[in-house]
Design a protein around this ligand. Sequence first.
Ligand SMILES: Cc1cc2nc3c(=O)[nH]c(=O)nc-3n(C[C@H](O)[C@H](O)[C@H](O)COP(=O)(O)O)c2cc1C
Length: 126
Amino acid sequence: MFNYVVSELNRFNLAYLHIVEPRIQGNVTVEDDGNGLGARHFRSIYQGTIITAGGYTRESGEAVLEQGDADLVAYGRLFIANPDLPKRFALNAPLNEYDRSTFYGGDHRGYTDYPFLDELKVLTTV
Ligand SMILES: Cc1cc2nc3c(=O)[nH]c(=O)nc-3n(C[C@H](O)[C@H](O)[C@H](O)COP(=O)(O)O)c2cc1C
């Protein structure tokens, strides 16, 4: 069914198709053999821009782009915990770890209190 639906989406000149890899269930990473209904599978079916998400690290995100399986990589949990995630990736800087217990919380904790690189006084020379 998904092959058919994705194939039909080609007719609509969409901005992108955003795929969540099967290694993700909700906000939890699960076992996956890499051969499921993800970006690699749909690349040959969908002709437009593909965004893939789901458990990517800096390295695996770069790898999926280099392999050509997707055009863009979306980051969820890492971005929640690292508001300056692109800068950290560019500098290969250490990441804040996310706190799952605050993902669905009702105040600033887990949303606006993760430190930026500069606050950590990390050496940022490239
Ligand atoms: C707080 C939070 C809430 C989420 N809620 C949903 C949701 O309602 N529906 C859904 O399909 N995915 C949901 N997700 C999954 C994300 O869309 C995304 O697929 C997932 O976080 C994988 O990307 P990541 O490994 O970069 O975090 C949620 C993720 C997080 C962290």
